[in-house]
Design a binder for this molecule. Structure first.
Ligand code: C2E
Ligand code: MG
Ligand code: MG
Length: 556
């Protein structure tokens, strides 16, 4: 312990990254004393036995020698026994005093030291921060308060159970320990939240460099038993300043910055900025509103038609979620699905979407398909196949009419688990589409390895589609690739007749877009289904145009 620490009364076990479980010093003294006593006694008796043996050899006074030896051992044994009885009595009375200790004190002891990760717990953060802040003032240096949180940790607990969750926290704690310096303090604040107090800073650079190293330390998936779980962290940072050395305020600001990092999609760090408080309030409001919308049943499904490109037959619909907000009108799913994913609300919403879409599809004439978007969070749920099987059974929809749309992201995170999940889903008889193809880390190997029935060419390639353009070449290549692997290709976001003509020319199988029909309420979709195929074109445009929900986020 350095002098400085001694002056400040900091125990290394409590305040430092090397903190380990603390052994009760009184118990340790008891055990040491017992060991010493038995050890010395054994040495003496061995020495005595040797001496007696020599005496026997030399003087042949065996009987006297053995009698002396035996009486010494008996004395030694009785002494040890007495010592043991006394120690047991002391231990028993200590246990009784712990039992009589007020519960609050016991809880406080547990919080000082986190039992799961072996790190200092929440109770210590303020004292440590106060110490570092006053040292910072003396030395003219700054202190960074770094709030850290595991991205989507709740899903790990939901999917794998709490034991795996705890084990993952330990693995994470070890990785973080490997990154911080000896002078930094790493604490577990609760659940999946950690805090780092980084003293001795001259500027922001030290905190930036630490944040980058922390994020880099989580790049490889966490090995927890037989599971390889990808897990990233989000980081919020605030640096102490002459006008803000209030511990509570610094922690609160670090958490505000952390929320911003979460909103940015995780696996990033953000510094606190004053205008963040307002944005955080807005987001919290949005979360409350979304919860209320779920309770009140204010979420609805709209359906966008999908057509065969060759004969313009209506093939089915894609279910798209809509939130009719009292103040903001229709809120785009692109805005609230990330929030739902982050808060875990997506699990309930996703199941509702599946069930409602299957029920609605049963009302449509013919064998028209229904496509449902799956969030990566849903996709990681091992129970997903059984949940979908139950929905199919409950609603009675033939499984081959259900198409599940997933995005490339789920394949990158853990390709083996994703493949196993896809195989399980396919075994239900449903069809699987790769949505937004070309926007992520599109890799040819995915297409070869995963059993997709369909690829949906992202609308970013379709929107600028003119003959001879780069996008035209990309679309042609995707079509050729998909077809050679036996997959159907759907073009998303078809808005003009030129785009449609080009897709027809290149042999694209299906198309979806504002030109052919906007997402529409169930009743409109139902009406569309009863229009004979030959007349659909004359009906679909006025129908689609009649319902043009304004989406607040992007004006679509
Ligand atoms: P997505 O699955 O790629 O859905 C297509 C999106 O493109 C829809 O936006 C649709 O309205 C829009 N779109 C279709 N045709 C055109 C067009 O011609 N031009 C333009 N500019 N846009 C077109 P939306 O409904 O806002 O949905 C956005 C995304 O939100 C969806 O993209 C999907 O990823 C997600 N989403 C929607 N519903 C759900 C859901 O129930 N669950 C999940 N997990 N995600 C959903
Ligand atoms: Mg989709
Ligand atoms: Mg899409």
């Amino acid at each position: 312990m350095s002098n400085n620490q001694e002056q400040q009364g900091v125990q290394p076990e409590v305040g430092r990254r090397s903190a380990r479980r603390v052994i009760d010093p009184r118990l340790r003294n008891d055990v040491l004393a017992l060991l010493l006593f038995v050890g010395v006694g054994t040495l003496l008796s061995v020495k005595f036995a040797l001496a007696t043996h020599l005496q026997v050899l030399l003087e042949q006074h065996a009987s006297i020698a053995w009698l002396e030896g035996a009486s010494f051992l008996i004395v030694l044994l009785l002494g040890s026994l007495g010592f043991l009885v006394r120690r047991l009595y002391v231990l028993q009375s200590r246990m009784a005093s712990v039992a009589a200790q007020p519960v609050v004190e016991i809880v406080q002891e547990a919080v000082v030291h986190d039992a799961v990760t072996d790190l200092p717990g929440r109770q210590v953060w303020k004292r440590r921060l106060e110490q570092e802040l006053s040292r910072g003032v003396r030395e003219g240096r700054q202190v960074a308060v770094i709030a850290l949180d595991l991205d989507r940790f709740k899903q790990v607990n939901d999917v794998f159970g709490q034991d795996v969750g705890d084990a993952l926290l330990r693995v994470m704690a070890d990785r973080l320990i490997g990154v911080v310096r000896d002078m930094d303090t790493l604490l577990r604040m609760g659940a999946d939240e950690f805090l780092i107090i980084q003293p001795g800073l001259d500027n922001h650079e030290g905190a930036v460099s630490l944040a980058k190293r922390l994020i880099a330390s989580t790049v490889n998936p966490m090995q927890v038993g037989e599971h390889r779980i990808p897990m990233s962290i989000s980081i919020g940072i605030v640096i102490s300043s002459p006008d803000c050395r209030d511990c509570e305020k610094l922690l609160q600001r670090a958490n505000v910055a952390l929320d911003r990092a979460k909103i940015a999609g995780g696996s990033v760090y953000r510094f606190y900025e004053a205008e963040m408080d307002l944005q955080l309030q807005l987001r919290q409001r949005m979360e409350q509103d979304l919860r209320a919308a779920i309770d009140k049943g204010s979420l609805a499904l709209h359906y966008q038609p999908l057509f065969n490109v060759t004969d313009q037959r209506l093939l089915g619909f894609e279910a798209l979620l809509r939130w009719q907000h009292a103040d903001h009108g229709f809120v785009s799913p692109a805005d609230f699905i990330p929030l739902a994913e982050e808060t875990g609300l997506i699990m309930g919403i996703g199941e509702w979407v599946l069930e409602q879409a299957c029920k609605d599809a049963l009302c449509w004439a013919g064998d028209r398909k229904i496509a449902v978007n799956l969030s990566p969070i849903q996709f990681r749920d091992p129970e997903l196949p059984s949940k979908i099987a139950a929905i199919i059974k409950r609603t009675g929809l033939p499984p081959e009419r259900l198409e599940l749309e997933i995005t490339e992201g789920v394949l990158i995170e853990d390709a083996d688990t994703a493949l196993a999940m896809l195989v399980e889903l396919k075994a239900l008889g449903v069809r699987i589409s790769m949505d937004d193809f070309g926007t992520g880390y599109s890799s040819l190997s995915y297409l070869k390895r995963f059993p997709f029935d369909k690829i949906k060419i992202d609308r970013s390639f379709v929107s600028q589609l003119v003959v001879g353009s780069e996008d035209a070449a990309i679309v042609r290549a995707i079509l050729a690739m998909g077809h050679s692997l036996g997959m159907i290709a759907t073009a998303e976001g078809v808005e003009s007749a030129e785009q449609f003509d080009y897709l027809q020319l290149e042999g694209c199988d299906e198309a979806q877009g504002f030109l052919l029909g906007r997402p529409m309420p169930f009743e409109y979709a139902l009406a569309l289904c009863s229009v004979p195929d030959g007349q659909i074109e004359s009906v679909v445009r006025p129908l689609a145009a009649a319902h043009l929900p304004r989406l607040v986020a992007n004006g679509r």
